[in-house]
Design a binder for this molecule. Structure first.
Ligand code: SAM
Length: 252
């Protein structure tokens, strides 16, 4: 047996098949994505997490804890809740309950660019209880997508040759290691702010108006305009991403 002493987030992990860990909870998100971006991919991880983090990992569309973390981890793996471990199993009892979760990476991984995928999911969960029609009308969102669209158009000739097949790279996944923010950002109810309504695209110029129409057309095509990110399944997100990409709309 080889014992490696060091910071698990900083050291290069060797090949491993199974990971069993009782971790410090503050590294839950970066460790999860570090494992999921490790190659060759492992077979199974059984890890104890803080209960709420564990419930986010396994949350399904419509559950109150369903969030960007759930969607991204479930894109890359099958996650199942194995065991509740209450705080009273420890002396002295900590402030939080725990749960043991099994993570089995999907093989093969879905053929999407992870950056694109996360770009879309991030927008949809920014105000996850708003309809997609309302989220995609925001000036800030439309400006970002239009910028990407123009960049892609100007690169079209080279892109056409290269983009035959979207692939998910380990580097893409590793970028998500900073998702540690998720837990703190998404606890509690969402703020129903008016700011966003005021931010609706009242964009100047015909070009911007027709771009907005293009985006609304894509949403309507897949019947997504009235749907909410909090209710979309993996298949819905994959379909929505394919509709956007088909019309040249990209998220990274
Ligand atoms: C929840 S305790 C588990 C201890 C022991 N493995 C057990 O199951 O009883 C987490 C352990 O991880 C160590 N630790 C904290 N941050 C770490 C990191 N970044 N890399 C490696 N170990 C870390 C802590 O010092 C602590 O011993």
């Amino acid at each position: 047996m080889q014992v490696i002493q060091g910071d698990v987030l900083k050291c290069d992990l060797p090949y491993f098949d199974i990971c069993v860990a009782n971790i410090p909870y503050q590294i839950s998100s970066p460790l999860t994505f570090k494992l999921l971006s490790h190659r060759p991919i492992f077979r199974c991880a059984v890890i104890m997490f803080q209960r709420e983090f564990a419930m986010r990992l396994v949350a399904q569309p419509g559950d109150s804890l369903y969030c960007r973390l759930s969607v991204n981890v479930q894109l890359l793996s099958r996650v199942s809740h194995l065991l509740k471990v209450g705080r009273n199993n420890f002396r002295p009892p900590p402030k939080v309950d725990s749960s043991v979760v099994r993570i089995e990476p999907r093989k093969p991984l879905p053929p999407v660019s992870f950056k694109e995928w996360d770009g879309l999911v991030r927008i949809c969960f920014n105000r996850k209880n708003k309809t997609l029609g309302s989220i995609f009308k925001q000036k800030r969102v439309l400006e970002l997508l239009e910028k990407n669209y123009k960049t892609m158009q100007s690169l079209q000739l080279t892109q056409d040759a290269e983009m035959g097949e979207e692939k998910m790279s380990a580097d893409d996944v590793a970028l998500l290691a900073n998702m540690v923010e998720d837990l703190s950002m998404e606890t509690g109810d969402e703020k129903e702010d008016d700011e966003m309504e005021m931010d609706d695209a009242d964009m100047a110029g015909e070009g911007a108006a027709s771009f907005k129409e293009k985006i609304m057309g894509i949403l309507q095509q897949g019947d997504f305009a009235e749907k909410r990110g909090s209710k979309l399944s993996q298949v819905d997100f994959l379909y929505l991403l394919s509709l956007f990409n088909k019309d040249g709309i990209h998220f990274s």
